[in-house]
Design a protein around this ligand. Sequence first.
Ligand SMILES: NC(=O)c1ccc[n+]([C@@H]2O[C@H](COP(=O)([O-])OP(=O)(O)OC[C@H]3O[C@@H](n4cnc5c(N)ncnc54)[C@H](O)[C@@H]3O)[C@@H](O)[C@H]2O)c1
Length: 250
Amino acid sequence: MSEKLYERHGRKVIVVSGGANNIGKGIALSFLKDGWQVGIMDRDKKSLDDFPERENVNIFLYTGDVSDEYAVAEFYVLLKERFGRLDAIVNNAAIGQFKNFLDLSVGEWKRAIDVNLTGCFLMTRFGIPLMLENPGKGAIVNISSTRALMSEPGNEAYSSSKAGILGLTHALANSLGPNVRVNAICPGWILHENEEVTKQDHKQHLTGRAGTIDDITSLVAFLVDDEKSGFITGQYFVVDGGMTRKMLYI
Ligand SMILES: NC(=O)c1ccc[n+]([C@@H]2O[C@H](COP(=O)([O-])OP(=O)(O)OC[C@H]3O[C@@H](n4cnc5c(N)ncnc54)[C@H](O)[C@@H]3O)[C@@H](O)[C@H]2O)c1
């Protein structure tokens, strides 16, 4: 192995699904900045083409759908060829699915479960063999939602998919320990890039503000770091400015 390639193989590798935009993009860029090699799988080709660090030798961008097992399998074959190892997976890709329950079609229900829950399973199932080749410890962080824990009308498909992620998280923690730790994050309202909201929107949170992409990124960094969170697995962490602790009877 050439010196340069060896140096690259020594760097840790993280995979971020849905890393082309917003939260996933923030996570990918922060790990890249911290010296990791980053693989992104996202179906949004345009955003991947415009990705700020697309020419960086430490980044691998792949256009594909996380609910397509053949695409996921190919992603990991190419990731292995490119980086040769895998240390962490962040299952972040998801679609919203909010619709009056009586208008929700079976196809729409299935699509939300396929992308949000089965996608999480596939990215983990096909990534784990490569992760287990590592002598070190691996970590998985699944991005769920506070909607796994509470609801508004019309939330059925999305909430079910996100609650399923919490079950998958503790099941995987049992199956993959002690080599791989598996945790989930339940974000509340996290502002997108350049999104602005009213003072009232901020003020309703116990923290006096809505969430930022950095609020999620910093917790992902903590959960992936075995020195800081090595005794934590199978858990979920709510990052919502206290909204799930606030009673809202009218
Ligand atoms: N933003 C919030 O307030 C919030 C709140 C709770 C939970 N979350 C969760 O955080 C994660 C990121 O949210 P976000 O706000 O950045 O969403 P976003 O829609 O901005 O980004 C999601 C990314 O996933 C990609 N994606 C969607 N379907 C895909 C598929 N089938 N295959 C591959 N890629 C796919 C999209 O192209 C996009 O790049 C999601 O899991 C979401 O459910 C977000």
